[in-house]
Design a protein around this ligand. Structure first.
Ligand SMILES: Cc1ncc(COP(=O)(O)O)c(C=O)c1O
Length: 369
């Protein structure tokens, strides 16, 4: 396999643990394990206290799969298998695709969503959003680009990096096109349940289409990226078993502490997610003021969900140079759109973290200078 370096991960590796302020992280604040364990009920407290650090069940702890299935309508524990989220993309795409297949993937995006297909020798059409229409991914583009050898459509809503969420009508059109053309639909839903208005929440693709595979996990919405727990869900039994077989060559099974911590968190989901949404709301308010003050320097399309947004820098300034300057002179990490291989005009901003106000204040002071 000949795969290109993951540009975003390489950029993070350089600054994530050295820059004083992070203003582009995509996850919510990491929960404290001690706080989380306090949320355990008697049953999960017992599991945690008596946890043996041996191998776990390959498809995932039965209680975990049970809790996961409760997040969905019409999904049973037998439709779910646990993975590490990034691993889930690798497993699903390898289980679906063969050299020569055609794939259509939302772009810009999380690199593995299209890179894995390219590395397998597939032809990938990148489906770009219309910035002038609030980052809309127009289903007409999808319709016009489906060919006889198209096998898979990959979408990611809420979208990394723009925070875009399609209307229910547009999402339905995507499902209809997949169904009409008998295509697999890989739906990366890593930021689900972080919709600012509940009414905007889309159905999970796996609930409404039999050839869909939904990816979700604890990393973003729950602030538990370090648990390394995610899951794939599909009603397609053949694909389900191909993916499960593939996992024997990646991680075999999930990590034992992460599984139990995830069961605890899923049982306390309302409280945990509400806490993250409150922080996101506060931080988005600060961003409103920030973009008012610097409207001559940035164009901001406010996201509808998630923890990240993708403002454009005005005035012909290169995003990469700007981010380098800001990290070198003000110790604030921002992410340039070049790591998405997109253009050199956008930044990814993250607003899921508790110390975001302080980081934003520092950026304000730097820009005022
Ligand atoms: C859209 C999307 N999918 C998948 C992942 C992978 O999640 P994890 O880092 O928890 O493996 C990420 C992480 O940033 C992401 O943004």
């Amino acid at each position: 396999m000949n795969i290109k370096p993951f540009k975003l991960e390489r950029y993070f590796a350089r600054y994530e643990f050295s820059a004083r302020y992070l203003l582009s992280s995509s996850d919510c604040d990491g929960l404290l394990q001690s706080d989380l364990v306090k949320m355990a009920d008697d049953e999960t407290r017992f599991l945690w206290d008596n946890l043996a650090l041996g191998y776990t069940e390959s498809l995932g702890h039965p209680m975990l799969r049970q809790e996961i299935s409760k997040l969905y309508h019409g999904i049973s524990a037998d439709d779910c298998q646990t993975i590490v989220p990034e691993e889930g993309i690798y497993i699903a795409l390898n289980s679906i695709l063969q050299k020569g297949d055609h794939v259509i993937c939302t772009f810009p995006g999380y690199q593995s969503l299209y890179e894995i297909a390219e590395s397998l020798g597939c032809e990938v059409t990148k489906w770009e959003p219309e910035e002038e229409n609030g980052w809309r991914f127009n289903p007409d583009f999808l319709e016009q680009n489906i060919k006889t050898k198209t096998k898979l459509v990959v979408v990611n809503f809420p979208h990394n990096p723009t925070g875009y969420l399609p209307s229910k009508e547009d999402f339905q059109k995507i499902l209809d096109l997949a169904r009409k053309n008998d295509l697999y639909l890989f739906s990366d839903e890593m930021y689900r349940f972080l919709e600012y208005s509940k009414d905007d929440r889309l159905p999970s693709a796996c609930e409404v289409y039999d050839k869909a595979i939904s990816l979700f996990g604890m990393s973003k919405t729950f602030g538990m990226a370090g648990a390394r727990i995610g899951w794939l869900i599909t009603k397609d039994k053949r694909l389900y078993s191909r993916m499960a077989t593939f996992k024997d060559y990646t991680t075999i099974c999930s990590n034992a502490p992460g599984e139990i911590l995830s069961i605890i968190a899923l049982r306390a989901k309302e409280e945990i997610i509400a806490g993250h949404l409150t922080r996101i709301d506060r931080n988005l308010g600060l961003l409103d003021s920030f973009f008012d003050e610097f409207e001559d320097r940035f164009e901001w399309i406010k996201p509808k969900a998630g923890t990240i947004g993708f403002p454009r820098i005005k005035g012909g300034i290169n995003a990469f140079d700007f981010c380098q300057q800001v990290v070198n002179e003000a110790n604030i990490m921002l992410l340039p759109s070049t790591v998405y291989d997109y253009d050199d005009r956008h930044l990814r901003l993250g607003f899921g973290r508790e110390n975001m106000p302080e980081a934003l204040q520092k950026l304000c002071e730097y820009l005022r200078k």
